[in-house]
Write a protein that binds this ligand. Structure first.
Ligand code: 3PG
Length: 398
């Protein structure tokens, strides 16, 4: 695909109308205050570059999952406009009902406007050609910088790229793809992946895709329980998916045939109940009782896995290995997080819980790349083609 930087190098933005699709879908509290602004910060470089190159800049994003055609106050990007303006150090006016170009006629070079929640428009989710054509007509250059929404084929992430005079990838989208490509395309070996979370079912396709690729597949959380059951261990009353025990066995077998491994915990941290005040007990995996609930990996397991992380060339991390929200079940996740921080391996991390763990253990500076994608990051790990990227690539090939 064409990169925004290529166009800037050709001085192609001067005086041009540039439409940037960002992912500014940030969490807010009930009062509408932004609680986490990473995605807004991550979108700033593209906008600043376009401003510096003399473009008339329009930025849009979705926020949440509003009902089409029914704009409600809580769907508004107004808090995002305010935050973006602070980060850019220049005014960012929010434009309503912009699809037909109203209020955009007088846009000046170097000016930035934010176009209200794109998902309120009829046809956005369905990727309607009619809406995509209208949006394409607003600009000379379309820039997709929304990695977090790259797995969605919507009018502003996909359709518009067919119709805009020029379609390019922004620096964030490009950086995410570069980092993921480095981790999974031609990785420095050993390639180690941590796939953790409560359910095998929600990550089965990732586990299967990685089983053919990685040298070590560390499973954690409820996912590990199903794998422990698959090798015949008692997991007490821990969260488990009995219908996926055979799938877990198959993954272990595929890995073993390639000389790769799924390390099974040797010790775990158990409790009799799931609560913030639950008493944590470290047990050898052979001693887990019928009324035990496994809520973290034990210290011996964590130390072994930390050694494997230290020896890895590449680490891909998605999901905490224990209930780290409760400190007594957070040691496993903390040990692995610190091992990643101290490792020379190229590391990439993504997903909401993983980002929360990175923040809790304060290692963001030491992770090679932190993805802004949730669903998009997971779909990339599954080996799926991201439609918003595919269309940019097709456009560039023409
Ligand atoms: C996300 O938060 O993962 C992206 O912004 C995509 O949002 P969506 O799942 O509502 O499409």
């Amino acid at each position: 695909f064409i990169r925004l930087q290529d166009l800037i190098d050709q001085n192609a933005l001067q005086g041009k109308r540039v439409f940037i699709r960002a992912d500014l879908n940030v969490p807010q509290d009930d009062a509408g205050n932004i609680t986490e602004d990473t995605r807004i910060r991550a979108s700033v470089p593209a906008i600043k570059a376009a401003v510096a190159a003399g473009a008339k800049v329009m930025v849009t994003s979705h926020l949440g999952r509003p009902t089409e055609g029914e704009f409600k106050p809580e769907d508004s990007l107004a808090p995002v406009a305010k935050r973006l303006s602070e980060l850019l150090g220049q005014p960012v006016e929010l434009k309503q009902n912009w699809v037909d170009g109203a209020g955009l006629e007088g846009l000046q070079a170097g000016q930035v406007v934010l176009l209200e929640n794109v998902r309120v428009n009829k046809g956005e989710k369905k990727n309607s050609d009619e809406l995509a054509q209208k949006m394409a007509a607003l600009c000379d250059i379309y820039v997709n910088d929304a990695f977090g929404t790259a797995h969605r084929a919507e009018a502003s992430t996909h359709g518009i790229a067919k119709f805009a005079p020029v379609a390019a990838a922004g620096p964030l989208l490009a950086a995410e793809l570069d980092a993921l490509g480095k981790a999974l395309g031609a990785p420095a070996r050993p390639l180690l992946a941590i796939v953790a979370g409560s359910k095998v079912s929600s990550k089965l396709s990732i586990l299967k895709a990685l089983a053919d690729k990685v040298d070590n597949l560390i499973v954690g959380g409820g996912i590990a329980n199903t794998f422990m059951k698959a090798v015949g261990l008692n997991i007490g009353k821990s969260l488990v998916e009995n219908d996926l025990v055979d799938e877990a066995k198959a993954i272990i077998d595929i890995m073993a045939k390639r000389g790769a491994q799924v390390p099974i915990p040797v010790d775990v941290v158990c409790a009799k109940e799931f609560s913030p005040s639950a008493v944590a007990t470290v047990k050898d995996v052979k001693d887990v009782a019928d009324d035990d609930m496994i809520l973290d990996i034990g210290p011996k397991t964590a130390a072994q896995l930390a050694e494997q992380i230290a020896a890895a060339g590449t680490v891909v991390w998605n999901g905490p290995v224990g209930v780290f929200e409760f400190d007594q079940f957070g040691e496993g996740t903390k040990t692995l997080a610190l091992a990643i921080a101290n490792s020379k391996a190229f590391s990439i991390a993504g997903g909401g819980d993983t980002l929360a763990a990175i923040a809790k253990y304060n290692i963001s500076e030491q992770v090679g790349y932190i993805s802004t994608g949730g669903g998009a990051f997971l779909e990339f790990l599954e080996g799926k083609v991201l439609p918003a990227v595919e269309i940019l690539t097709q456009r560039a090939a023409k």
